[in-house]
Design a protein around this ligand. Structure first.
Ligand code: NAI
Length: 390
């Protein structure tokens, strides 16, 4: 597959990392589509002042994107591949903005997909008459990364050793894997369908599961700055049990679906941690120790809001719930309902999250959840047909 130009949609942590890494490794033109607020202007100014975008930490490169724009007409045409490096709630609106400008035969992918990306993306592309565009998606973002200076430096805290990828149609997956392995400098595991990525989305387990672990018994007393827990490294035994229960629920769904479709890439959470982070985990003897001794998670605090000087409360509207439930757990639970599978720990965590963020995510038909039901796939047979169609 010949790549002359790629465009990255987004101006957040992941986009800051991908742009210089892709430019360095592929040596092609890299443009950035950043229509959110005044991001394009701020990014351009900061990149110019710094002489490029730079990654620090465990990956160190510096490269200059070719063009940053808030206008899809300026950056999307001519792109062989377009990457949505965005929170999942921005996928559909961004795809609508860029679809008219995509070249026939271009590939659009999400990094990461989260749950149900294929349902939403196929629906938007069909509605806009762009079925000539292919889809791909990565199961997770390859890096744990945080911007340290906007438009200039992003700190890469950890790199996954292997990331799974799916494509639709799947016939060109090997060519896409070849390009992306070169571009990212890591191994990719080709999986046969997007349903595997939806179920294997570990963010849906880790983020709501740890939020539940830290805060389900919180009674409203504000934290001082020094009391704010580390998100991963403060995981306790009860939190680890919730994570194990969520992972078991996913494995129950996988086992129910496996006779009908290959979902063997949906690994238990601890297997995924060992596979993704083996070099960064000091003690992988238990699920809890795999989190608290994982170097890639160092220093990351639980999301908090400051309600008065020095007084903090959990931020239940942070993406750990507002993205990972409607674009994660609620999608998997909707699939479990279609497969007639009980998922008791998911039900408990979704009900709690629902109460905290005040949206009805417990129902498969909830307007905000990216469930198959919301894209017209009303039974398991329809989901399997959609998933396996060429
Ligand atoms: P981020 O929070 O840094 O991205 C924010 C960017 O998304 C904004 O700068 C803007 O460009 C765009 N955006 C936000 N709201 C928008 C809206 N309403 N409409 C259009 N665009 C909007 O996110 P980050 O960290 O780059 O993550 C991207 C995805 O990767 C998320 O799904 C995240 O959960 C996932 N992820 C991130 C990891 C990390 O270490 N940063 C690790 C693993 C997964």
């Amino acid at each position: 597959m010949q790549i002359r130009k790629i465009t990255i949609c987004g101006g957040g942590n992941g986009a800051h990392a991908l742009a210089p890494i892709a430019a360095e490794n592929l040596g092609c033109e890299v443009d950035i589509y950043a229509p959110f607020g005044d991001e394009a202007e701020r990014l351009s100014a900061a990149i110019t002042a710094h002489g490029g975008l730079e990654t620090a930490g465990v990956v160190q490169v510096k490269a200059q994107p070719h063009l940053v724009s808030a206008d899809p007409a300026a950056v999307i045409p001519g792109s062989d591949m377009v990457f949505l490096v965005l929170p999942a709630f921005a996928h559909e609106s961004t795809l609508r903005q860029i679809a008219p400008y995509l070249d026939p035969g271009a590939w659009v992918g999400a990094m990461p997909t989260r749950g149900g990306f294929d349902y939403a993306a196929a629906s938007v592309l069909a509605e806009l008459g762009r079925e000539d565009v292919g889809l791909f998606g990565l199961q997770t973002l390859p890096w744990a990364c945080r911007i340290s200076s906007y438009g200039q430096v992003v700190e890469v805290l950890g790199v996954k050793q292997i990331v799974d990828i799916a494509a639709k149609p799947s016939s060109q997956i090997e060519a896409i894997v070849g390009v992306l392995e070169r571009m990212l400098g890591l191994s990719l595991g080709a999986v046969s369908n997007f349903l595997s990525l939806t179920l294997a989305n570990t963010g849906q387990l880790i983020h709501p599961g740890i939020m539940y672990g830290h805060f389900a018994r919180w009674e409203g007393t504000p934290y001082s700055a020094g009391e704010i827990p580390f998100f991963y490294h403060s995981l306790d035994a009860a939190g680890a049990r919730t994570l194990a229960g969520l992972s078991d629920d996913i494995q129950t769904i996988r086992a129910a679906l496996q006779p009908f479709i290959d979902v063997s890439a949906v690994h238990p959470l601890q297997t995924w941690l060992r596979r993704s982070y083996s070099g960064a985990i000091a003690d992988d003897s238990s699920l809890r120790s795999s989190f608290v001794s994982n170097r890639a998670y160092t220093g990351i605090k639980a999301p908090m809001r400051e309600i008065a000087p020095g007084e903090f409360v959990p931020d239940f509207h942070a993406r750990y719930l507002s993205e990972d439930v409607p674009f994660g757990l609620a999608v998997s639970r909707a699939i479990a309902e279609l497969a007639d599978v009980a998922t008791p720990v998911m039900a408990e965590v979704i009900a709690w999250a629902n109460d905290k963020i005040g949206a009805d995510l417990a129902s498969a038909d909830a307007a905000t959840a990216r469930t198959p039901q919301n894209y017209g796939l009303r039974d398991l047979e329809q989901v399997l047909d959609f998933t396996t169609e060429a």
